[in-house]
Design a protein around this ligand. Structure first.
Ligand code: HCA
Ligand code: CU
Length: 380
């Protein structure tokens, strides 16, 4: 699982998030930030969605970013004709193949879908830009149908086929099995797209890569339809543990926080407290046992080095769970030095107060300072 590419869909899937409204200046700001971060592709809303969506797509194509620009369309010639005129580097085509969508959404059968796919793919290819063909709701589609259409489009020569867990129903093992099977059928790249309804979006992306997928769709903070898709930051967390050198070499990880802040502000949400990497407590260590070990060697209780992302760890000391090593470390920050025996007595005082009520950093600091003054007075 070392090589993988990111198709960053904040400006497509992310625009489908309940709170999202991006005007062109905001889209440009986000696109530039993602480009600077180093994502491989930036996917944009279909130019067929609205007049302004088309203008925005054209404007972003003209920015001259390093990332390739994609737009995302229905498998339909009307959309394809508009898409190839925008200046994009590639088109992501999608059509629903599950019985749910065939019956209740577009009402087309597999023969019709296959014929339309062939027409759209050949048309996009004739414009010398990349083409990806994907099925929507892949995990509730008939496997024989899926493999047959993917094999057909692979022979025509698409750049990628896509698997999408549109409803977030798939689990990691199902993902592994489907991608592994598909890997044996097509020779092109395999893109994957995972919704997070049951909390599997990152694990599914990882399993897809293990099984031979090459591209992962993400959005900043995971924003998208319903509760969204694989988050960019969470995927980085997963992948840096798998292959630090590749991830560090390819992406400017210290820019992650700023991109998340930018998008969070644009869609008016807070960064979740427990967010991967950037959540306020993502690198906070609290229990005395943890604090002691972390102060000795951070690898004891940290699988990710916060510094890789420009973040810092925090040893929590103002609580009933604290220990004297954490208090000693805090005292050092306050330029206070005592004996180990004295730190232990001081720590007992802090824990006693914290057993009665929640205490703030100031409370713990006051106890440390007061205790230090009293022992100095006692000595003098
Ligand atoms: C949707 C479409 C999609 C497409 C994914 C893809 C999905 O909004 O329903 O093109 O791979 O989740 O199926 O986002
Ligand atoms: Cu989606």
């Amino acid at each position: 699982v070392s090589r993988f590419q990111i198709i960053e869909s904040t400006l497509r899937e992310g625009e489908q998030f309940a709170n999202a409204f991006f005007d062109l200046p905001k889209k440009i700001e986000i696109a530039k930030a993602l480009d600077d971060f180093g994502v491989d592709y930036i996917e944009l809303t279909s130019p067929a969605a609205s007049e302004q969506s088309r203008l925005d797509c054209e404007a972003i194509c003209k920015l001259g970013l390093k990332a390739k620009i994609l737009t995302h369309i229905r498998c339909h010639m009307d959309d394809a004709k508009i898409a190839v005129q925008t200046g994009v580097d590639g088109v992501d085509v999608v059509i629903g193949t599950s019985s749910y969508l065939m019956e209740h959404s577009h009402g087309k059968d597999m023969t019709y879908i296959t014929n339309t796919a062939i027409e759209v793919i050949n048309f996009v290819k004739s414009h010398n830009i990349e083409i990806r063909f994907s099925s929507e709701d892949s995990f509730r589609s008939n496997l024989v149908d899926l493999l047959s259409i993917y094999s057909t489009v692979d022979k025509i020569g698409v750049n990628r086929v896509g698997i999408a867990d549109t409803v977030g129903c798939a689990n990691p093992r199902q993902v592994y099995d489907l991608i592994r099977t598909l890997r044996g059928v097509v020779s092109c790249d395999i893109e994957t797209h995972f919704h997070n309804d049951t909390g599997c979006a990152i694990a599914n992306a990882y399993c897809a890569l293990e099984a031979g997928a090459t591209h992962i769709d993400t959005s900043v903070l995971g924003i998208g339809e319903r509760n969204g898709i694989t988050p960019l930051g969470g995927l980085m967390a997963r992948m840096i543990v798998a292959d630090r050198e590749y991830v560090m070499g390819k992406y400017k990880l210290h820019k992650l926080k700023a991109i998340e802040d930018l998008v969070a502000e644009a869609v008016e949400v807070n960064i979740p407290f427990n967010n991967y990497i950037t959540g306020f407590c993502a690198f906070t260590h609290k229990a005395g046992i943890h604090a002691k070990a972390i102060l000795n060697n951070p690898s004891t209780y940290e699988i990710i080095n916060p510094a890789d992302f420009g973040m810092t760890r925090y040893v929590h000391f103002a609580s009933r769970l604290t220990g004297w090593n954490a208090i000693k470390s805090r005292a050092a920050q306050l330029n206070i030095e005592m004996t180990d025996a004295q730190y232990k007595v001081c720590t007992a005082k802090i824990k006693a107060l914290a057993d009665i009520r929640p205490i703030a950093v100031d409370d713990a600091d006051s106890i440390i300072s007061a205790f230090y003054r009293s022992i100095k007075l006692g000595k003098e």
